[in-house]
Design a protein around this ligand. Structure first.
Ligand SMILES: [Mn+2]
Length: 358
């Protein structure tokens, strides 16, 4: 297992020098943030980013993410050129020694929360999801004021994009994803790159848009449709865990045994029951007992089924007066990394070697 940390490049207030001081940190998970979505990433720019990490004593073996252009998700005629660009990016990342690409296939919106600074009982703040607030939003009728939504679309552009998705149901989106992945596989094999799809966050349809990587059935179907070891997942516990029907311990063990967990996002969330039964959860400290997810059980299932890939602490709270990027401050993610490493050490020292290590 390799512990990693997300780094948003040179503009990230959390510096590489800080990250390297977190115990057991092997590398950063980063991206090239200035290249527009759809354009290919040139080798020089990739190597420049890698050198920054390497000079700080950190690896750059996981990219999060190489975004997938909406035209690919829509399956429009424009997709083939964009897929060619994506393949060029894969080849260049492979040349630079990158091993895993995290991406997602969620139409228009990726992660969605109702609050970015929900105040918890201990005075820290974190991301939260309140179904009441999400239900009250209709991006087709009103300007969307969604926390974290980057407003890169005007209201008219967003409305036009949503109209185009009216003809794309979950089945069509799935076919478009299979088309995309199938095209990528030869380059992935030649380049030593594994694709790790990030599950839908949250794992259900939002604003009428289809979502397909939300549960075991969806992931199984994707693995069957493109049955290659390079077609894997980012096991994001907080994303999948928002749906209480998802048995994360089972999924972690099953997909690790298949060799399809290429990357793990470890995060805990806490469900707060509401009188009307609607969903409310906020993100919590990483340890099992601080939230509703069995983080220990998930790590144990990964360990026992031979997982030896990359992991990073996912969203942390803002604590100790830090006002960091929501979910991506330094302190709580660093605490999370050390907790995860501690659990892993205990697993290694108390259980027989995992299958990969014989
Ligand atoms: Mn995640």
């Amino acid at each position: 297992m390799k512990m990693t940390f997300r780094w948003y490049g040179e503009k990230d207030p959390v510096t590489l020098e800080t990250i390297r001081q977190i115990p057991k940190m092997s590398g950063v998970v980063t991206a090239l943030y200035s290249i527009p979505v759809g354009e290919s990433w040139d080798l020089d720019s990739i190597l420049k980013q890698k050198k920054l990490a390497n000079d700080a004593g950190l690896e750059m073996e996981v990219i999060e993410s190489v975004p997938v252009h909406e035209e690919i998700k829509l399956g429009s005629p424009a997709r083939d050129k964009l897929i060619d660009n994506y393949i060029t990016t894969i080849r260049n990342l492979g040349r630079a020694g990158v091993k895993v690409i995290c991406y997602n296939f969620m139409p228009v919106f990726d992660w969605v929360r109702s609050e970015l600074a929900y105040k918890t009982a201990d005075g820290s703040n974190c991301l939260a999801y309140d179904q009441h607030m999400i239900d009250a939003l209709d991006p087709r009728k009103q300007s969307l004021s969604l926390p974290g939504w980057d407003e890169s679309y005007t209201r008219e552009q967003l409305a036009a994009l949503l109209r185009r998705y009216e003809s794309v149901d979950a089945e069509q989106l799935f076919q478009n994803m299979v088309y995309f992945l199938t095209a990528l596989m030869p380059a992935c094999k030649e380049s030593g790159i594994k694709m790790a799809v990030h599950p839908d966050d949250p794992p259900w349809s939002l604003f009428g848009l289809p979502r397909i990587i939300s549960n075991e059935a969806g992931i199984d179907r994707l693995f069957r449709a493109v049955d290659e070891p390079e077609n894997g997942i980012t096991l994001c516990t907080g994303s999948l865990g928002a749906d209480r029907n998802n048995d994360l311990v089972k999924m972690a063990g099953k997909y690790a045994a298949m060799g399809r967990v290429h990357f793990v996002h470890a995060r805990n969330i806490k469900f707060i029951p509401q009188d009307d039964g609607k969903l409310f959860f906020h993100e919590s400290p990483h340890p099992t007992e601080c939230g509703s997810l069995d983080v220990y059980g998930i790590l144990r299932a990964l360990y026992e089924n031979g997982f030896d890939g990359y992991i990073r602490p996912d969203h942390g709270r803002n604590i100790w007066g830090e006002s960091g990027k929501p979910g991506y401050g330094l302190y709580d993610r660093a605490l999370g990394a050390v907790y995860l490493s501690g659990v892993w050490e205990a697993l290694e020292k108390t259980l027989p070697g995992n299958k990969k290590e014989g």
